[in-house]
Design a binder for this molecule. Structure first.
Ligand SMILES: [Zn+2]
Ligand SMILES: [Zn+2]
Length: 425
């Protein structure tokens, strides 16, 4: 206790918990309207994952105008900007995701998206229904501010504008993992990374965070059940894959309730799609189950995958059929490095106000920022985008999803100061 108090006093004496410099704060206030303008432009012209061509062009143009070293076409449509401070030091990365979703907007806004496209053979609207338009605009603002304050930077800032966070289209690769494969964390080698997500259910001005596992690892699974087709009136002459599917679904839930050490973290198995059969009086040949697994603890994840692999074929066998299971990893655990989180917490508190920085529980949503955190220490937090006084807000990924733009200013301030404090202390 005493020791940590001493450490804290030492930090104060060293000035590590510095407030934002007034000139920097006024520069950020001055570009708020520009940031909002960028955001509205991205909102009105959204592009799906791995198709962020115009978005990337606008980002690259802005970064070049600031004199940054710019790389384009990273992981297909990603853009990276490198800003060298006047003094040598560490390398910090700031990340924004830039893609939109196949959702048709229902908000009546002057900058409402009217874009439509073909997605998986269907015509759909396209909408920034997760708020990545705000992330992109915020990071463009941060790039502008920091590039005008190079004299205050000891080290290098890498701005990572990442495509396909929502997942690439079927059959394609994309997102954070591809950026990493293409070397985004190398040359210069990044020491730490920060990212944020705007949230429609968190009031403007508030920041929410959690050390260690904050968002879940996401796996997709596909189970193929094989039975033996027969007449619906004579099930004894075949093997019913629909009955086997029911037993499997039931069995999977016992992995959560009996095999998962739930005190270590939440875990979810959901079957989201079942396909089988053609008509009422035929017992079909096969069935396919598709679902998702969410875990917040690496050991629990290993147990769940192992038990599923054992249980699925065993249940099918018990009822005279066969079944296979395949897993596909979509995101890792979004894991906030505890030391980095502790180190940067004072920055959040100084910028937002101590009472506006809330420690929250983990969520079972997923985020591919987690892949960066598998390689280097990272910190990911949530930024308020809900209009003050509002209580019911449309969830992310829905046609009524709405972000109060006044929340973005805090995002620019916090991301700028995180970079400065990390590099300068
Ligand atoms: Zn999303
Ligand atoms: Zn998102």
């Amino acid at each position: 206790m005493k020791y940590s108090f001493l450490c804290l006093s030492l930090l104060f004496t060293l000035g590590i918990q510095a407030q934002m410099q007034p000139d920097l704060e006024s520069q950020i206030n001055d570009i708020e309207s520009q940031v909002i303008e960028w955001r509205r432009d991205f909102h009105e012209h959204p592009e799906l994952s791995n198709r962020e061509f115009k978005t990337a062009e606008k980002i690259a143009k802005h970064l070049k105008s600031l004199g940054l070293e710019v790389q384009t076409g990273v992981a297909k449509t990603g853009v990276v900007g490198i800003l060298k401070g006047d003094n040598p030091g560490k390398v910090v990365a700031l990340r924004a995701d830039i893609d939109a979703l196949p959702v048709t907007e229902r908000n009546e806004l002057p900058f409402k998206s009217k874009v439509t496209t073909e997605f998986l053979g269907k015509t759909t609207g396209v909408m920034h229904a997760c708020g990545h338009d705000t992330h992109t605009a915020i990071l463009m603002g941060v790039a502008e501010i920091l590039s005008k304050n190079k004299d205050k930077i000891n080290g290098t800032v890498k701005f990572i504008f990442q495509p396909a966070e929502e997942g690439p289209p079927p059959g394609e690769k994309g997102g954070a993992s591809v950026m990493i494969t293409e070397g985004v964390l190398k040359n210069p080698d990044v020491d730490a990374i920060f990212g944020l997500h705007i949230n429609s259910g968190t009031p403007v001005g508030t920041i929410r965070y959690k050390p260690e596992g904050t968002m879940a690892a996401v796996e997709r699974f596909v189970i193929n059940v094989k039975g033996k087709q027969t007449h619906g009136s004579a099930p004894w002459s075949g093997t019913d894959p629909i009955l086997i599917s029911a037993k499997i679904i039931d069995g999977l839930q016992t992995i959560i309730s009996r095999d998962s050490k739930l005190v270590d973290g939440a875990a979810v198995i959901s079957v989201g799609k079942i396909t089988s059969g053609v008509r009422f009086n035929i017992i079909p040949e096969s069935a396919e189950l598709i679902g998702t697994i969410r875990t917040l603890d690496a050991d629990m994840k290993a147990v769940i995958l192992k038990r599923m692999s054992e249980m699925v074929p065993a249940i099918a066998k018990a009822y005279g059929g066969d079944a296979t299971i395949e897993f596909q990893n979509n995101t890792a655990i979004t894991y906030n490095d505890p030391d980095l989180t502790n180190k940067m917490l004072p920055t959040l508190q100084n910028i937002a106000g101590k009472d506006k920085v809330e420690l929250v529980k983990a969520t079972t949503g997923g985020e591919d920022f987690s892949f960066f955190q598998e390689v280097i220490p990272g910190f990911y937090f949530f930024l308020g985008g809900q209009t003050p006084g509002e209580t019911l807000s449309a969830p992310h990924h829905t046609p009524d999803f709405f972000i109060d733009e006044s929340g973005m200013l805090l995002g620019v301030k916090v991301m700028s100061q995180l970079a400065l404090d990390y590099l300068n202390n």
